[in-house]
Design a binder for this molecule. Structure first.
Ligand code: GLC
Length: 635
């Protein structure tokens, strides 16, 4: 039956709709005000007053919320698991590199839909400072779009188009720092006390030195230390990242109110997901590494509650690349359970995929997942293989020891392997931010180059090319199939784009080799996805096929947990997803050799006649190199 017909019949008997709208808003306040107050009370002595000022900010923005976004708000309230559905899939791209500008992105919607994308993360596009700007993460104005990409009207128009096509736009909210050229920083530089209080400014080295004793360095290569002397400020200002990225002071409630206003304003333009950039760093405490402090979660809870009143369609995604025991708090633990971000990056899954591809051994992978804390069922991970950042080899010493490895040695092995320096390595990558003091070394590179496609193509050996493609498809199958969240495809990986070495020719990029894996989209290559037998065809359709399979498997809903299964073959990874409709067991072969099918392990899980949901066929008798299977008991 037509929804309209049903609704019309219902409305015939319902004269006064306004009553329902007021009641709806009241219900939101009733539900979320306690969480807002609780969050504020944990950080601000004047919490009640801050809450009342937040009410003004909310009222002002709600008055301007466009009707179709209000309708989306209601739909989301009634579909709170919208981001957990099996058909959810994200795509990450730089606007200019993907499509020139925002209007160009709108023209590429058919491409995104062809792949199966329902969520688009466009990399920073708000006005950054001129010159070096950390890929846009040094914002000079949150209310303006980078002029070469378009205008705020273009952004609003793009959001509308995307929304009509069922695609949610995700934008970065850089909330740990602003550019030295942001109006708040300019005012502070002019000496305005109101704005000096938006930052951490110290007259001499006493406090900075005290903090430095326990602070790590994020960019030891090009931005050593965490404080920068500024002549105009006549002081040392806190700069966790680059010297022109000034950390804002969240212990000042004005900062909270500013960001709340910004989120609601951008949400009114149609932004649906906010990626809370570098959120782990937003609270400072002497004697600690100034990451993951409890106040971070109290503040997120307060912001979250306020935004649920003002723009319920919106979701938060925490960008916290931290250890699992710290990470889980970003999805809500203890009193913040279910009250902070809906989404957070599953960094461990990403690192373990690369680790097992290098070692052809899954024991560390199984061990790490086994010990990984369970997430609240109402949340989801953002699962991924690559993103715009480097890979930090976050292997825990405890996990390594549990499977007979030395943590430091394994991290060294991975860094060597993925920069192509280990004997027999298939990878092509570059070392990022080598820190001689800690021995830490991270890796830059596109997935295809790290997975062997670049070297294989150079060798001209079709067997190696084939293996590299299968390796990439296996890696995608693992994070797409993981199932506790939204899989994020990194632009170009669906076509096997290789490292882009031309970044060295761009003066503002040459010192930061993360640009190695931020290439231009190659639309000529993309065209080859239509040509059977090409690399592009195999990768694009391989990944699209995985996304389509995922969308039709109810067991992929992110509310249900994934558990690794121990079994005898160290080349195989087995993941199990429990579900009321019966379990789904995933089998992945992490080696370039055939492996026997693990019948016994599957039988133990109740799968006597295993049936593969990717190919919709009975399970094979042996596993091909890099084979991936998503199995259920034959219906
Ligand atoms: C996040 C971004 C990274 C940036 C940093 C500082 O980690 O992903 O690219 O350098 O924040 O904003």
């Amino acid at each position: 039956m037509e929804r309209g017909t049903f609704l019309a019949r219902l409305l015939e008997r319902l004269p006064d709709l306004e009553v329902y709208r007021a009641a709806e808003l009241e219900a939101r306040v009733h539900r979320h005000l306690p969480d807002l107050l609780e969050g504020l009370q944990a950080v601000y002595p004047e919490a009640e007053e801050v809450a009342l000022r937040a009410a003004e900010v909310l009222g002002r923005n709600l008055a301007e919320r466009p009707p179709d976004l209000q309708a989306l708000d209601l739909r989301r309230i009634h579909t709170p698991d919208w981001f957990q559905k099996p058909e959810m899939c994200g795509y990450i791209a730089y606007t200019e590199r993907f499509a020139g500008n925002l209007r160009g992105v709108a023209e590429r919607i058919p491409y995104l839909k062809e792949l199966g994308v329902r969520y688009l993360h466009l990399m920073p596009l708000l006005l950054p400072r001129e010159g070096e700007n950390d890929g846009g993460y040094a914002v000079a104005d949150y209310r303006q779009v980078r002029p070469d990409l378009g205008t705020m009207d273009d952004l609003e128009a793009l959001c509308t188009r995307l929304r009509q096509e069922g695609i949610s736009l995700c934008l970065d909210l850089v909330l740990n720092h602003v550019a030295r050229e942001h109006p708040w920083a300019l005012a502070a530089r002019r000496g305005d006390p109101r704005y000096r209080a938006y930052f951490y400014i110290y007259p001499d080295r006493t406090q900075p030195d005290a903090f430095e004793r326990t602070l790590p360095e994020v960019f030891p290569d090009f931005a050593p230390g965490n404080f920068t002397w500024d002549d105009e400020l006549e002081g040392w200002v806190w700069t966790t990242f680059n010297r022109w990225q000034w950390d804002v002071n969240w212990s000042n409630p004005e900062v909270f109110l500013e960001y709340l206003d910004l989120i609601l304003w951008l949400a009114n333009k149609g932004v649906e997901v906010f990626r809370l950039d570098a959120i782990a760093f937003t609270w400072k405490r002497l004697g600690t590494n100034c990451q993951n402090q409890p106040e971070v979660h109290a503040l997120t809870q307060a912001l979250r509650a306020a935004v649920r009143i003002g723009a319920p369609a919106v979701a938060f995604k925490a960008e916290a690349i931290v250890a699992p025991e710290d990470l889980i708090a970003y999805l809500g633990t203890g009193k913040h359970y279910g009250k902070v971000s809906e989404l957070a990056y599953h960094n461990t899954l990403m690192v373990q995929i690369w680790s097992s591809l290098a070692s052809r051994d899954t024991r560390l992978f199984t061990q790490a997942l086994q010990r990984f804390p369970e997430k609240p069922p109402s949340t989801a991970w953002a699962t991924y293989l690559r993103c715009h950042d480097d890979i930090g080899w976050a292997i825990s010493d405890t996990d390594a020891a549990a499977v007979g490895l030395d943590g430091a040695a394994h991290r060294r092995f991975l860094a060597d392997f993925y920069q192509g320096d280990f004997p027999g390595s298939f990878a092509r990558g570059l070392p990022f931010q080598e820190n001689p003091q800690t021995g830490d070394r991270r890796t830059s590179g596109m997935a295809a180059s790290l997975a062997g496609l670049e070297a294989a193509l150079e060798s001209g050996n079709p067997r190696l090319v084939n293996l590299a493609i299968e390796r990439l498809l296996l890696a995608h199958a693992v994070f797409i199939g993981y199932g506790e969240g939204i899989p994020l495809i990194y632009m170009g990986d669906e076509l096997g784009l290789l490292n882009d070495y031309s970044y060295t020719e761009e003066p503002t990029h040459k010192d930061d080799n993360r640009w190695l894996h931020r290439p231009q989209m190659d639309w000529a290559k993309a065209e080859r996805r239509h040509q059977e037998g090409t690399i592009e065809h195999r990768l694009f359709h391989g990944i699209k096929g995985l996304l389509e399979a995922r969308a039709r498997i109810p067991q992929m809903h992110a509310a249900f947990p994934t558990r690794p299964l121990w079994q005898a073959n160290p080349h195989l990874l087995l993941l199990k997803r429990e579900h009321p409709l019966g379990p789904l067991v995933q089998v992945y072969n992490f080696s370039e050799e055939e492996q026997p099918f693990p019948f016994e392990a599957l039988r133990r899980e109740g799968l006597v006649q295993p049936f593969d949901r990717i190919t919709e066929a009975p399970a094979p008798a042996y596993l091909r190199p890099y084979e991936r299977l998503w199995l259920i008991q034959r219906p």
